[in-house]
Design a protein around this ligand. Structure first.
Ligand code: BGP
Length: 460
């Protein structure tokens, strides 16, 4: 690779507000769906998480020491608008102002996710969350407020993290009173309303942030045919189109892919739309595509039943998702690892959309052990990150505008469901699910490895 290829590459690291901040009821913050959801006994909740809210200065020192060029984090919607809309909480805005200013002082580019799973609970209570069109405008007000406050400082914006997960996860969308077919219909209504909301954010970003870039962060599902049988190949194509491209097409092209629209209509799942939506959907488009990649999957032709143990949202009558037999599986990486799949995902996204790309999540989950001497030897994580980064470097060398790589995660943080037993961080946070201990930070071996890699690339 030419030295200049990586000169501007954004080596970053990622986090999200509810997974690290804690202080869930502090500083005027209102409750969101991730605070009110049911948490299994023995598993940590959002109240303390990694306590970034009280450790932010020392944590940003760690970012500086790590040498990253970018930090991807999210703003908590209910820290800014405790009710999701209406009255602004200045204390919340001030908190993020301090963070952004400190990052810029250290020449770390803030990459800001506007909304990462934490939907204001009040919007759920009042409007059914994303089922109500009111939530579209609440999101618009929130996003516009952020562009007004930070538009002169933050250039890189992510509208919504993993709309796919928001559509399907009741923990995130807060929809508890719909089941079966009604819930399936709700999933697509949520998708559609989020797409409209996102377009309003695009519009304001383009108006208020000069040279700003905004786009979604896709939970990209790279799916291989389970065999070369045409029926399996077709199943894999359908799965990718439904799980990944439908949402991204809305963000970029402003429409649902024709075959998917046809199927949704046939199944009476097509969302309720209004004529005037078309103009908004098509007038604005994403400037870049961020995506999160952990593993790949396979699809085979649907044979009338799905007896796999896959999560509900992977199930469909058009395909059957199965684990990829290739790639090492481990305690928490149950789908195995597939670095090549990351590069193939880059190709697929580049071919379809021709937009700059950024990897905003990629990481290895493990139940790490803090040794008595304060070390955490996470060589498997190092191997995982190295293999995936090598694939990124190849794509950059081939001329694809991959702007950066920001692994999940900076700190050990609250996992989507598993609390603190499942860790991804480059920095260990000393707490367990049930014992807060001292929340002290320890740099894992992966921290030093990544630090050296960034520094070596800077020297080239
Ligand atoms: C992604 C989310 C992240 C993070 C990550 C790891 O889907 O965007 O917020 O949670 O997954 O997942 P988990 O913590 O569930 O293992």
């Amino acid at each position: 690779m030419k030295n200049s290829d990586l000169k501007n590459f954004m080596f970053g690291v990622s986090s999200s507000a509810f997974q690290i901040e804690g202080a869930a009821q502090t500083g005027g913050k209102g409750p969101s769906t991730v605070d009110t959801r049911f948490v299994r006994p023995g598993i940590a909740d959002t109240s303390v998480a990694s306590d970034f809210y009280h450790h932010w200065e020392a944590d940003i020192e760690l970012l500086r020491e790590l040498g990253v060029k970018a930090y991807r984090f999210s703003i908590s919607w209910t820290r800014i608008f405790p009710d999701g809309e209406g009255e602004l909480n200045q204390e919340g805005l001030d908190f993020y102002t301090k963070i952004i200013d400190r990052l810029l002082e250290y020449k770390i580019e803030p990459v800001v996710t506007i909304y990462h799973f934490d939907l204001p609970q009040k919007l759920v209570d009042q409007y059914g969350g994303w089922l109500g069109r009111e939530t579209i405008y609440a999101y618009e007000q929130y996003a516009k407020t952020l562009f007004e406050a930070f538009g002169d400082k933050v250039k890189y914006w992510i509208s919504i993290n993993e709309p796919l997960m928001v559509m399907f996860s009741k923990d995130f969308n807060g929809i508890r009173d719909h089941e079966g077919k009604a819930y399936e219909r709700a999933n697509y209504q949520i998708m559609y309303h989020m797409a409209l909301a996102e377009k309003l954010a695009f519009k304001w970003c383009h108006e208020l942030v000069s040279d700003g870039m905004i786009g979604p962060a896709s939970a990209f599902q790279n799916i291989y045919p389970a065999s070369a049988a045409p029926a399996d190949v077709e199943a894999a194509m359908a799965a990718e189109e439904i799980l990944s491209f439908t949402l991204l097409d809305l963000s970029v092209r402003g429409s649902i892919p024709a075959r998917i629209a046809h199927t949704l209509k046939k199944q009476a799942l097509y969302p309720e739309t209004r004529e005037e939506d078309v103009q908004l959907l098509q007038s604005e488009s994403a400037d870049w595509i961020c995506f999160n990649y952990y593993a790949s999957l396979c699809a085979e032709a649907y044979s009338g039943k799905d007896d796999s143990n896959m999560p509900q949202f992977f199930r469909s009558q058009q395909y059957r998702i199965v684990p990829n037999p290739v790639g090492a599986k481990s305690e928490w990486m149950i789908f195995g690892t597939d670095p090549t799949g990351l590069r193939l995902s880059i190709y697929k996204l580049w071919q379809r959309y021709n937009l700059p790309l950024m990897i905003t999540e990629n990481g290895y989950a493990n139940s790490d052990t803090l040794e008595e001497d304060g070390h955490i030897h996470d060589e498997t994580r190092i191997g995982y990150l190295k293999e995936h980064l090598d694939e990124c470097f190849q794509a950059v060398e081939e001329g694809i505008p991959l702007l950066g790589y920001s692994p999940w995660s900076f700190l050990d943080s609250l996992s989507g469901r598993e609390g603190f037993v499942k860790r991804y961080g480059l920095v260990y946070v000393d707490r367990t699910d049930e014992d807060l201990k001292d929340l002290k930070r320890y740099k894992k071996d992966s921290f030093y490895w990544y630090q050296k890699l960034i520094s070596d690339c800077n020297k080239k």
